[in-house]
Each structure stands twice: as C-alpha cells, then as structure tokens.
Write a protein that binds this ligand. Structure first.
Ligand code: DC
Length: 223
C-alpha cells in the first residue's frame, strides 16, 4: 500500500507519517530528507546553490539509502547534518532544480516498490511521485499555527537544531522562515507544493498528532 502525504513545512507530516507507517506496517519515506542530503553535500563541496547542473550532477552521483536510524548518504548516517540551520536555509533552492528532482524522484519510486509499499511525505508526493497512490492526503495549518508549534518545540529543546529557526529563536523569526519556505516551495516551476485533485485535506491546526492519525486511518479504512 502506498500512502502519500503532502503539505507545507511544519504541518506535522513527519510525525503523522511515521506513526501511520508503524500502524500500516510499511516503511516511512521521508522525501524531504533526500533533498536535504543533496543540499548538505552541495554546501560541503562548496558548490553554488544556484548552479543547477552542479547540483544535479552531485545528486546523480550520491548514494542515498534509509536505515532504521535514518538516511545514509554515501554509506554514512547523516541525521544531524541534514537538519542544520544552513541546510534549512538552502534546501528550497536546491530542491527547485529540475535536474536534482529528476535524479531523486525515480529513487523514491524504487524505494517504495522494493519495500512493497510506503507512507511517503513531502511536497510533491501526491501530485508527481505517487499520483496513483492508494491514499493521498494534504495536511494543512496556518503559517501562524505552524510557527507557534515550532516555537514551543524549540523552547522544549525538541526537534532539530536548525529547522526553521535555530534553538532560542523567537516566534517572529520562525514565522518568517516558515513563510519564506512556503513561498519558495509553492512558487517554483517544477513540482510546486499544491493541493492535487482528489486528495483528502486534513487541517491539523486544532488537532493533536494522534487525532490526525486516527482521522487518516478512518479515511483509509472507509475509502
Ligand atoms: O519536509 P522537509 O522540511 O524536510 O523538506 C525540506 C525541503 O525539501 C522543503 O523545503 C522542500 C523540499 N522538498 C521537495 O521539494 N519535495 C519533496 N517531496 C520533499 C521536500
């Protein structure tokens, strides 16, 4: 079974996708981590973020594989590295290059096929990667609500250090980072974030993660 979940940064996709994958007994496919990995390598190797061909060529020669602990980049687990503040700021630029997407998307399809299914989350999984998925969802919440949640996570010392504002950064800075990423992810030419036709839209604004999972499971069972 393939379940595809799209939505903006901070809508709770990862938490919900992980939980759903556990219940359904299929792997969780974190497609954003793959774009983060390429971005991390672009920064490490000192390439220009705007150099589409250099980024695409790097994406083509990078080996990506998920282990139980997370994403391995060329055979080495890179959990914290791909969630740094620098990667956060750069990832929307690298992910916008068509050549990068052309290298990554087939790999995502292969991973799901090899595993016999997946719960995939990202920005284009319902529209481009798995348009024929068994179930397709779009998780939404206002930018203000998403920033409020991120601010609370930061204060509690949860989540990754750099994601949409470093630890200690206040609500306003986090809100600005989220709005910037929303804009870049939604306005790019190739595979922008959008609500595809026929997707089930779930507003996570007033719901706990467990309630979102419950709601999605009931939609899956009743469809
Ligand atoms: O979900 P995330 O925050 O880890 O994603 C990081 C970036 O990668 C996000 O800003 C846009 C990009 N992305 C993408 O273009 N397509 C996907 N399927 C997933 C993420």
């Amino acid at each position: 079974m393939i379940v595809a979940i799209d939505g903006p940064a901070g809508a709770g996709k990862s938490t919900v996708a992980k939980a759903l994958a556990g219940v359904l007994g299929v792997p969780f496919l974190d497609t954003g981590a793959m774009y983060r990995a390429i971005t991390w390598k672009v920064l490490e190797d000192g390439f220009e973020l705007a150099d589409a061909e250099a980024c695409a060529s790097l994406a083509r020669r990078t080996h990506l594989a998920f282990s139980a602990e997370g994403l391995c980049v060329d055979g080495v687990l890179r959990g914290a590295e791909i969630r740094s503040a620098d990667v956060d700021k750069a990832v929307s630029i690298v992910a916008a290059h068509s050549g990068v997407r052309a290298a990554i998307v087939p790999l995502q399809r292969e991973m799901a096929a090899e595993a016999g299914g997946a719960v995939a989350e990202g920005r284009d999984v319902t529209t481009v990667v798995f348009p024929e998925a068994d179930h397709r969802f779009f998780l939404s919440a206002s930018a203000e609500e998403r920033a409020r949640r991120r601010t609370m996570q930061r204060r509690a010392g949860e989540g990754s250090a750099g994601e949409d504002g470093a630890a200690g950064e206040g609500y306003e800075l986090i809100l600005a980072a989220i709005k910037r990423r929303d804009h870049l992810d939604s306005t790019r030419a190739d595979s922008p974030l959008m609500r595809g036709e026929g997707v089930s839209v779930v507003d996570t604004g007033t719901l706990e993660a467990s309630e979102v999972v419950k709601l999605m499971l009931s939609i899956i069972k009743n469809s």
